[in-house]
Design a protein around this ligand. Structure first.
Ligand SMILES: Cc1cc2nc3c(=O)[nH]c(=O)nc-3n(C[C@H](O)[C@H](O)[C@H](O)COP(=O)(O)O)c2cc1C
Length: 214
C-alpha cells in the first residue's frame, strides 16, 4: 500500500473487533509517528500504548466522570460527549499521546516578539501542537497500512490529569490526544471530503510569462 492508498483508506473507526493488537504493530506505528517533522526536530512527543483492557476501561471511566462533572445539569450534552470521548473503552488498544512544552526559536531570535504576549504565546504553542498532529497522522496512516482502524480523539483531554496519572506519566508531559486502535468491526465508507477545487487556490505565473520578460 503506498501513501496515497493509505490516505484514501484511512477513516475514523469507532467500533472494533475484540482481537488484540500485537506489540509489534504498536511499535511500528509509534516508530512512524516519531519520524514526523517537528519544530527544530524537538521530537517533543511521548506515546504510551495501553493494551491492558482493565486499564483502558478505567481510563474511559475517568473521562466519563470528568464529563459528568463538567456538564453539570446538561445530561444530553454529557451523553454526547461521553459517546465520542469515551468509546475508546471498548478498543483493544489505545495510545496516549503526550507533549512536552518547547520554547520558540523564532521568539528567542526576535526579541520584539516578547513585546506582544499573544504572538509570543502563539509562537510557543502552535508549532509544537502542529508537530504533534503530524506525528499522530503518521501513526494513523501506518496503522491503515498494517490493516488496523483508528480514531484520533481529543475529547479525553477533559480528563488530562487523570489519564496522565493512570498512564504513570508526570511533568513535563501534557496529555494532548488519544488514539483508539483495533481491527474495524465493519468496513465503512467514511465521510465525504471536499474536492480539490474547494480547498485549493493557485497563484501561477501569467500564461504570457516568460523567463526573458523583464
Ligand atoms: C484533532 C482531532 C480530534 C478529534 N477528536 C475526536 C474525538 O474526541 N472523538 C471522536 O470520536 N472523533 C474525534 N476526531 C475524529 C473526527 O471526528 C474525524 O476525523 C472526522 O469526523 C472526519 O472523519 P474521518 O476521520 O473518518 O475522515 C478527531 C479528529 C481530529 C483530527
Amino acid at each position: 500500500m503506498d501513501v496515497f492508498e493509505a490516505i484514501e483508506a484511512r477513516r475514523s473507526v469507532r467500533r472494533f473487533l475484540p482481537e488484540p493488537v500485537p506489540r509489534e504493530a504498536l511499535e511500528r506505528c509509534i516508530e512512524a509517528a516519531g519520524k514526523a517533522p517537528s519544530p527544530h526536530n524537538e521530537q517533543m512527543w511521548r506515546f504510551v500504548a495501553v493494551t491492558d483492557r482493565a486499564l483502558i476501561r478505567r481510563m474511559a471511566e475517568a473521562v466519563k466522570e470528568e464529563v459528568d462533572r463538567l456538564a453539570g445539569d446538561d445530561r444530553e450534552g454529557a451523553a454526547r460527549v461521553k459517546w465520542f470521548g469515551a468509546f475508546f473503552g471498548h478498543a483493544p488498544a489505545v495510545v496516549l499521546v503526550f507533549m512536552r512544552p518547547i520554547g520558540s526559536v523564532v521568539a528567542s531570535l526576535l526579541p520584539g516578539t516578547g513585546e506582544d504576549p499573544e504572538l509570543k504565546a502563539e509562537m510557543e504553542t502552535t508549532p509544537a501542537r502542529l508537530g504533534m498532529g503530524a506525528a499522530v497522522e503518521n501513526f494513523l496512516l501506518a496503522a491503515v497500512a498494517l490493516g488496523y482502524g483508528t480514531c484520533w480523539l481529543s475529547a479525553p483531554v477533559v480528563a488530562a490529569g487523570r489519564l496522565a496519572e493512570l498512564a504513570g506519566v508526570g511533568e513535563p508531559w501534557r496529555f494532548v490526544s488519544l488514539i483508539a486502535m483495533g481491527k474495524p468491526r465493519r468496513e465503512t465508507a467514511g465521510p465525504p471530503k471536499k474536492p480539490l477545487e474547494e480547498i485549493a487556490e493557485f497563484r501561477e505565473p501569467p500564461s504570457s510569462f516568460s523567463a526573458t520578460t523583464p
